[in-house]
Design a protein around this ligand. Structure first.
Ligand code: C2E
Ligand code: CA
Ligand code: CA
Length: 532
């Protein structure tokens, strides 16, 4: 933009409608309701560029053109408001900026009055923002006009409160309805700890003289939280929304979105290093190889995930948007028993300051019934006014749990079969064992152990069995075992035990991978009459 701006450029812009009102919503951060909007001028250039007022307002204030421009903006803004009202989507009020210079025009109040009437609006629909520096000049004419405007029913807002030095003195003399406090300097809170105290004092003072305060320039969650806690609930700023043109603002009104809908989905808490976008902790958090989240345990017992890294979502296989419902009550997503375990682990970490761990089961992580088992490590980080903050890292152990479950299943199944087999063996008077040809080890069945008194593992087989007189015809039995060792199957009737009861002994040899005899299954059942 070429400076100085010539009169003809300015008046051409005015007549071609190049000055347009943008709207920035103002919210009640307690209820979330949109309470109004500030009207901010933009200059639309022929090449499509949108020029901010910082580039031309100061110059127009010097050359006096500002009054023409302001009147046109007020007119257009009121036209918009009246249009939205007719649609039934109106807001309580709009706030327009009135330059200090505008007060030198004798017809200021008449002009504002006629604009209101032109669009069928009430005076209270229009708030007039006047900068603190104008108040500081405190000329008689200024006060007279201001009083007149107030009497007509316009609300007067003192803009940029706190930016000058005279604010506190002027408050007592000047008729005004609302204080607009610039909270931009809250962002220096870390370096200048006093800023927070000054803001607190301003709000308290305003409260004492019964004047509402709206904070502008609110950019972060921590600022909005801070302001809310000190009792300043009206807010405006980039954190909620940037100024937008009338069309976008109309759409926002139609959508019925409140402050909370408009907020960015990833909330930060500001006071923690983890929420400083550039901090080392954040970098580590984002690039951490596993799933990680920052949790807040609120005084009402709800656990919300304030931040989650990408890996977290990759691991649970759900995208951020679909997870949004769960995000502010993550306990609800866990199975009952594991939810308790999680809360206990949080409590213990907070109590001891140490890392704790627990296993959780999310029975329906994706809303489609998929089960997710997580191994959680929790670490308490800090306590805030209403909540405690934790660091969580999660490992996916769904497969491990499944495997364990199926192993348990198998073991159960084996036990059951063994039971069945025991029962059957007893009924048919059966003995069975496994004989390892290479090591000469014998693994007897439970019945061999119980009835014949063999140990669980018999080495140097068949000698101990012969010694114990299980096979009274020792020599014959040794020959049989030699056959088995050579890999021959055996089927023979032999007397068993001192009682010499004839049993049919069978060996069934199995070959190893190398093709040589590896082991044999042995069985003994009572011989039939005919076999003797
Ligand atoms: P202002 O009245 O203090 O307006 C607030 C300024 O802060 C606006 O800048 C707005 O876009 C900006 N802002 C809003 N939220 C945030 C935030 O979270 N962070 C930061 N850093 N800034 C934020 P804009 O629109 O560039 O206006 C600048 C100034 O120009 C205004 O300051 C006001 O003094 C003047 N101005 C704007 N529109 C008009 C107008 O129609 N008439 C007159 N006379 N002056 C105007
Ligand atoms: Ca303003
Ligand atoms: Ca301001």
């Amino acid at each position: 933009m070429l400076h100085p701006i010539s009169d003809s450029v300015a008046s051409n812009a005015l007549s071609s409608g190049a000055f347009v009102p943008f709207f920035q919503p103002q919210y009640n951060f307690e209820t979330g309701a949109m309470t109004g909007a500030e009207v901010l001028v933009r200059w639309l250039m022929d090449d499509g560029k949108v020029v901010s007022p910082g580039e031309f307002v100061p110059e127009f204030e010097k050359n006096g053109f500002i009054y023409e421009m302001d009147k046109s903006i007020w007119d257009k803004a009121c036209a918009c408001l009246s249009g939205w009202r007719k649609e039934g989507i109106g807001i309580d009020h709009i706030s327009v900026n009135v330059s200090r210079v505008d007060f030198y025009h004798a017809d200021l109040s008449d002009r504002l009055d006629s604009i209101i009437r032109k669009y069928g609006l009430k005076h209270s629909d229009l708030h007039l923002e006047v900068t603190e520096s104008a108040f500081a000049e405190n000329t008689e004419q200024f006060i007279t006009v201001l009083e007149r405007l107030r009497e007509m029913g316009f609300a007067i807002e003192m803009d940029d409160f706190g930016s000058g030095y005279s604010s506190f003195c002027t408050l007592k003399d000047i008729p005004l309805d609302i204080i607009k406090m610039d909270s931009a300097f809250l962002s220096y809170n870390d370096r200048y700890k006093r800023c927070g105290k000054i803001v607190t004092a301003v709000v308290r003072l305003a409260h004492a003289i019964d004047i509402p305060v709206i904070a502008e320039g609110v950019e972060t969650k921590s600022q909005s939280d801070f302001l809310k806690t000190i009792g300043c609930r009206f807010m405006q700023g980039y954190y909620f929304s940037r100024p937008m043109d009338a069309e976008c603002f109309g759409r926002l009104l139609r959508s019925g979105k409140d402050a909370f809908d408009a907020l960015p989905s990833e909330k930060d808490t500001g006071s923690l290093d983890f929420f400083d976008i550039n901090s080392q902790s954040t970098l580590i958090f984002n690039s951490y190889v596993g799933g990680a989240a920052i949790l807040s345990l609120d005084s009402d017992g709800k656990v919300s995930a304030l931040r989650m890294n990408d890996k977290f979502f990759e691991m649970i296989g759900v995208d951020r948007k679909s997870y949004a419902d769960r995000q502010y009550d993550i306990i609800n997503g866990f199975s009952r028993e594991t939810a308790d375990a999680f809360l206990n682990a949080m409590a213990e970490s907070e109590r001891t300051g140490k890392e704790t761990s627990c296993i959780t089961c999310s029975e329906n992580i994706d809303g489609k019934g998929r089960v997710f088992w997580g191994f959680n490590r929790l670490r308490f980080l800090t306590r805030k006014v209403q909540s405690s903050i934790f660091y969580l890292s999660v490992e996916d152990i769904t497969d491990k749990i499944r495997l364990r479950e199926s192993n348990m299943h198998l073991i159960d199944e084996i036990r059951e079969r063994e039971d069945l087999f025991k029962h059957a063996a007893e009924q048919i008077d059966l003995y069975f064992w496994k004989y390892d040809i290479r090591t000469k080890e014998m693994h007897p069945c439970f019945r061999c152990q119980k009835v014949l008194g063999l140990p669980k593992l018999v080495t140097n087989y068949p000698e101990p069995a012969i010694e114990m007189c299980i096979f009274p015809e020792g020599k014959k039995y040794r020959q049989i075992m030699e056959k088995v060792d050579r890999g021959e199957n055996v089927d023979i009737v032999l007397p068993l035990t001192n009682a010499r009861i004839p049993y049919r002994i069978r060996y069934d040899v199995r070959m190893g991978d190398d093709g040589t005899p590896a082991f044999a299954y042995g069985t003994a059942i009572p011989a039939k009459e005919s076999e003797l």
